[in-house]
Design a protein around this ligand. Structure first.
Ligand SMILES: NC(=O)c1ccc[n+]([C@@H]2O[C@H](COP(=O)([O-])OP(=O)(O)OC[C@H]3O[C@@H](n4cnc5c(N)ncnc54)[C@H](O)[C@@H]3O)[C@@H](O)[C@H]2O)c1
Ligand SMILES: O=P(O)(O)OC[C@H](O)CO
Length: 328
């Protein structure tokens, strides 16, 4: 694009930070492939790794040599991955979680899973980095904003300082519960939004899912002790908007295929990447029942994914529930 005379030039490529990064990859052969090709041809084809990234399949090496550990496995695999790390390796270190989801077998948020597997890790050592941040756009340095949440603001600020660049702006928050619930439950709404797309519905339906979705997420969050204002932020409405509307969203894609009549099994078989919303739907449907929180979209997605409810019937049932006061 031509640049107008006198217009300030955007520093589109961020200055590289001088960190040494060790990427732990799942599976020895995958780690070797990444190291050999210096690119993840499955997830981000055409994006070469920066020179400061090395790859390993040794979780001991990755954990012991790091000052800060970033957790980015699928949510349901966080527990088994953390079990591979010896407790002494985590002493005094900051753990940053990127993984978005609720554990199905326990109903726990990821920070709670970390504490359960490694009780020696204090809450103050844990931060959550969530927000509207599709990797496809982060790695091409399109402007992105996220939030680092920790019960300890110093930890949140350390993560902010570590990750912030001119094209990756990091805010801080101390509401870990709100950020985790917002960034995880939005994946269920993305499946609903995709189903709407697959059925050929339009912008009104999408706006309804986003708006009633955040109402539902906020109800669950409030019940769990979150600050309701967090849901107006990057891990709330921000992440919800991106995932419900993006062509990159895996959760929206799963929904779109369901809306077009494909079965969940065949969709999952055809995907390389994980759509977290599928398992999180199981977890949150159970949690909302246990806590008696009304989550009609979640319940409906659960019935379509796991109980074979026809999508058009589910839409009809959602639309014809008892009329309600909006703010209830
Ligand atoms: N991709 C994005 O744009 C994005 C953005 C923000 C947050 N996230 C979150 O980050 C997490 C990881 O997402 P992703 O995009 O990297 O893709 P992903 O979840 O499909 O896979 C991540 C990696 O996990 C590995 N893996 C698979 N099974 C594993 C297991 N049992 N144990 C350990 N590792 C295993 C895979 O080899 C893969 O490299 C998810 O929770 C996702 O919601 C992703
Ligand atoms: O591709 P999705 O739907 O898993 O979303 C990825 C990130 O959560 C977007 O912020």
């Amino acid at each position: 694009m031509a640049q107008a005379v006198g217009e300030p030039r955007l520093p589109c490529y961020s200055p590289k930070k001088a960190f040494r990064l060790l990427l732990w990859a799942y599976g020895a052969s995958f780690a070797e492939k990444l190291q050999r090709e210096r690119e993840n041809t499955v997830y981000l084809k055409g994006i070469p790794f920066p020179e400061n990234i090395q790859i390993t399949n040794s979780e001991a090496l990755a954990a012991e040599s790091a000052d800060m550990l970033v957790v980015a496995t699928p949510a349901q695999a966080v527990r088994e991955t953390l079990h591979r790390i010896h407790q002494t390796a985590l002493s005094g270190k900051t753990l940053v979680n990127l993984s978005k989801g609720i554990e199905v077998k326990t109903g726990l948020r990821i920070s709670q899973v970390i504490r359960q597997v490694h009780p020696e890790v204090q809450d103050e050592q844990i931060a959550i980095l969530y927000g509207p941040s599709h990797a496809e756009e982060v790695c091409t340095e399109h402007p992105t904003t996220v939030v680092a949440a920790s019960t300890c603001l110093e930890t949140a600020k350390l993560v902010q300082d570590t990750f912030i660049t001119p094209m990756f702006r990091v805010y801080v928050n101390d509401d870990v519960i709100g950020v985790e619930i917002g960034g995880s439950v939005k994946n269920i709404m993305a499946i609903a939004a995709g189903i709407s797309d697959g059925l050929g519905f339009g912008d009104n339906a999408k706006a309804a899912i986003i708006t009633r979705g955040i109402a539902e997420i906020s109800r669950l969050g409030a019940r769990l002790g979150a600050n309701p204002l967090t849901f107006a932020g990057l891990a709330g409405i921000g992440d919800l908007v991106v995932t419900c509307s993006s062509r990159h969203s895996r959760n929206r894609y799963v929904g779109e295929m369901i809306g077009k009549g494909k079965s969940l099994d065949e969709i999952i078989q055809s995907m390389e990447m994980i759509a977290e919303g599928v398992e999180t739907t199981r977890a949150v449907a159970a949690l909302s029942k246990e806590l008696n929180v009304d989550m009609p979209i979640t319940q409906s997605v659960y019935e379509m994914l796991f109980e074979g409810k026809p999508v058009k019937q589910a839409v009809y049932e959602l639309m014809t529930r008892d009329p309600k006061f909006e703010l209830s």
